[in-house]
Design a protein around this ligand. Structure first.
Ligand SMILES: Cc1cc2nc3c(=O)[nH]c(=O)nc-3n(C[C@H](O)[C@H](O)[C@H](O)COP(=O)(O)OP(=O)(O)OC[C@H]3O[C@@H](n4cnc5c(N)ncnc54)[C@H](O)[C@@H]3O)c2cc1C
Length: 302
């Protein structure tokens, strides 16, 4: 969708929003799949309510993109624009045991920044790519850690009120790869409370998690991490592996030979290739084990 030569573009420019025309989402997602659309970079978070009000009034559909590491985007000219908060470095401020972090900050960078100030707890999240905002939305977790455990406050654009608000951590539910945020809430900043621990001990924990990740995941291939959530009491990856489906391929979409729940783009995979592979595997798992696998990756179809 193109809004470059419309009156809304001029109004957005006056608000300090940068419009990037014709951005390829294949270049902005870790799967390397996705079509083209205009992107808005929102530098001043306080302008978001006005930007979204204007988009809604003009009937311009939009989606919000963080680091692009957990989305599968459809191909071709996309029927919506993309909103994005440009990354801030480091985007973190520490006060006592609290870390105040911008949604656009890098998750791994935040873990390291806090570790250097003797604040730990998030060691398990070190290899999870993407932004803090994406991690909050997904309640990113690994090796027994989930970001939701440390959230004390979230500043966000609330779709319900059309304004920026602050929520207390106790008022937000963080479940396995699921949160109680509304689908079109946009996280802006978070206050995390982290347990103090000497840097050397935190680094030792980080090393262990890094090694586990390197040993089991195809980190040099294009993926979006685990494609399916694990059903209660079962492992999606183990079931797919037991069916002998590693390396199964539709076009250039392929099941990794290292981790059966990682589906990789082995060349020029299209969204359709990936969706056909996902559907095929879901059916086989249902037939063999009776589980309806739920997507962990967010699918942005038309
Ligand atoms: C190699 C690899 C390993 C991975 N390992 C793990 C793992 O161990 N554990 C794990 O949990 N995940 C893992 N992932 C998945 C992914 O990294 C996480 O889900 C990550 O938190 C997504 O963040 P993102 O910024 O890239 O989000 P995106 O992919 O950009 O977006 C994901 C969803 O979050 C929404 N979103 C993003 N930012 C915001 C915001 N500021 N406000 C509101 N909504 C927002 C988007 O609209 C979208 O719906 C892995 C991915 C890869 C590629």
């Amino acid at each position: 969708m193109r809004i470059s030569n419309t009156p809304i573009a001029a109004r957005l420019a006056a608000l300090g929003v940068e419009l990037r025309p014709g951005v390829s989402l294949a270049e902005h997602t870790s799967l390397g799949i996705g079509g083209t659309t205009d992107e808005l970079l929102i530098r001043r978070y306080e302008t978001l309510p006005e930007v979204i009000r204007d988009l809604k009034n003009e009937g311009v559909p939009y989606k919000f993109l963080g680091g692009g590491t957990n989305v599968l985007v459809t191909d071709g000219e996309l029927p919506w624009i993309v909103l994005h908060l440009p990354s801030t470095h480091p985007g973190v401020r520490v006060e006592g045991n609290a870390a105040f972090v911008d949604a656009a900050a890098d998750l791994g960078g935040t873990v390291t920044y806090c570790a250097k100030r003797d604040l730990g707890g998030m060691e398990g999240l070190i290899g999870v790519p993407g932004s803090i905002g994406g991690a909050l939305r997904m309640n990113a977790g690994a090796y027994g850690t989930q970001i939701g455990s440390y959230v004390r406050e979230v500043e966000l654009y609330r779709a319900a009120s059309g304004e920026n608000e602050t929520l207390r951590g106790d008022d937000i539910r963080f479940d396995y790869r699921h949160t109680s945020f509304a689908p079109d809430d946009i996280m802006l900043r978070v206050k995390l409370e982290l347990p103090p621990n000497p840097y050397q001990e935190i680094v030792a924990g980080i090393r262990v998690c890094n090694e586990k990740r390197r040993a089991s995941q195809p980190l040099n291939q294009k993926s979006a991490g685990c494609i399916f959530k694990n059903p209660q009491g079962a492992s999606a990856g183990r079931m797919i592996d037991e069916l002998g489906l590693k390396k199964l391929r539709v076009g250039d979409a392929m099941i990794s030979d290292r981790h059966a729940n990682f589906f990789v783009n082995a060349g020029n995979a299209t969204c359709d290739d990936m969706l056909r592979l996902v559907d095929d595997v879901r059916e086989r798992v249902k037939k063999a084990f009776g589980f309806d696998l739920e997507n962990e990756v967010i699918f942005w179809k038309n």
